[in-house]
Write a protein that binds this ligand. Structure first.
Ligand code: NAI
Ligand code: MG
Length: 364
């Protein structure tokens, strides 16, 4: 029996509703694979900010530094500016724990309608640079309140930062369909983006088995909508990767499906796993949030913790619910509650186990 200590941060809104679903699935699959999860729950959130003036305590990062992973729901509340929730919690965790890879797999499940024609065969991963680039703290406001008031925000791209994210993307692609698309905008952004292109090209030269091309972000967005199936791994800067991954999630049918992992590949620090969606204040508290993104996120966590088989079982259970049953939350056109959908995932998980037991070796 292996035990993993997980720092659990449900956060705000539907984060509170989808993380328990993810834990139920983790516990169920863990029981069959000899994996136990111990969850230390933290109330870090906008609710805490409103009450105590900070998203997390001053020693917050130290409290979760030695956990095996962080599982987060979502943070955000209409009464708190979004930059407070982002810079008060998510960004400090990503940066302090050197989670420089943000991994966002996307695929269209059988049984889910994409709003886009020809998306059924889409199966791609967005690899987003997660600690530098456009989301920098360099800059400022000047002449506040005067007509000439101005704001400057500098992008920061380092050779280390670009080459390690490119390396991650090419290595990932080598184990998939061997194709990388690099998001750029070197025609308009004339310093940082040509530098990004150069470093990506250097990295590509040490991966001759992986084909690659650079695409301008604007044209790339159009191509993702027009022909999503042609992409395998898309690597992008912090901003481009952020935008692309919401776009690809929408093309896959609902943002409620999409998972993400903030990874520290060196494993010096815990990695953090969170669905792509936010706290969805418009549906929070009604018990109808789609837990699929959070459950798939849990599968990414299992994989990272070395349990590839358990991760694959969870993914298969999700796919089975969508392909074999009509159970859907409202965002996918159904009427199921979060709990009902989760119960169906648990059901498919145990059916899958029975089948595996009945025909050992029959399922890979
Ligand atoms: P959102 O993702 O919360 O919601 C966008 C739309 O998608 C809403 O109509 C919502 O109902 C729907 N939706 C999202 N997740 C869903 C799910 N699991 N099931 C069913 N429907 C779902 O994005 P929005 O509205 O822009 O942001 C709301 C708050 O969340 C803001 O405060 C924002 O800053 C925060 N946020 C936090 C993130 C995080 O914690 N990583 C990421 C994105 C936004
Ligand atoms: Mg985003």
């Amino acid at each position: 029996m292996v035990t993993h200590r997980i720092a659990l941060i449900p956060g705000d809104g539907i984060g509170q509703e989808v993380t328990p679903a993810a834990c139920r699935v983790l516990d169920a699959v863990g029981r069959r694979h000899g994996i136990a999860f111990v969850y230390d729950e933290f109330d870090w959130s906008c609710a805490r900010y409103t009450e105590l003036g900070a998203m997390m305590p001053a020693d917050g990062l130290d409290r979760i530094r030695h956990h095996d992973a962080v599982l987060l729901g979502a943070v955000g509340d209409p009464s708190v500016p979004d930059h407070v929730s982002l810079w008060g919690l998510l960004i400090p965790i990503r940066r302090t724990f050197r989670q420089y890879v943000n991994l966002r797999p996307v695929k269209v499940f059988e049984g889910v309608d994409s709003p886009v024609r020809g998306a059924a065969a889409m199966d791609l991963v967005v690899v987003r640079e997660n600690v530098e680039g456009e989301y920098s703290e360099v800059g400022g406001r000047f002449g506040r309140g005067f007509p000439e008031e101005m704001a400057v925000q500098e992008s920061v791209f380092t050779r280390t930062g670009v080459s390690r994210i490119a390396e991650y993307a090419f290595t990932l692609a080598a184990g998939r369909r061997k194709h990388v698309t690099s998001a750029t905008k070197s025609n308009g952004i004339v310093h940082t983006m040509p530098f990004w292109d150069e470093v990506v090209a250097e990295t590509a030269s040490s991966h001759p088995d992986v084909r690659w091309r650079a695409e301008h972000i604007d044209a790339l967005c159009a191509k993702v909508v027009l022909d999503p199936a042609r992409f395998d791994v898309i690597v992008g800067s912090n901003l481009f990767g952020d935008i692309l991954s919401d776009l690809t999630a929408a093309v896959a049918g609902s943002i409620g499906i999409a998972p993400s992992a903030n990874i520290n590949p060196e494993r010096d620090f815990p990695s953090m796993f969170e669905p792509v969606h936010g706290s969805a204040p418009d549906i929070a508290g009604r018990g109808v949030a789609n837990p699929l993104g959070a459950i798939w996120t849990a599968a990414l966590m299992l994989d990272h913790l070395g349990h590839a088989e358990a991760a694959a079982e969870v993914e298969r259970a999700i796919a089975d619910v969508l392909a074999k049953t009509p159970v859907r939350t409202p965002d996918l056109g159904g009427t199921a509650t979060t709990d009902a959908f989760t119960a169906e995932v648990l059901e498919q998980l145990s059916l899958g186990a029975l089948l595996t037991y009945a025909a050992p070796g029959a399922t890979g």
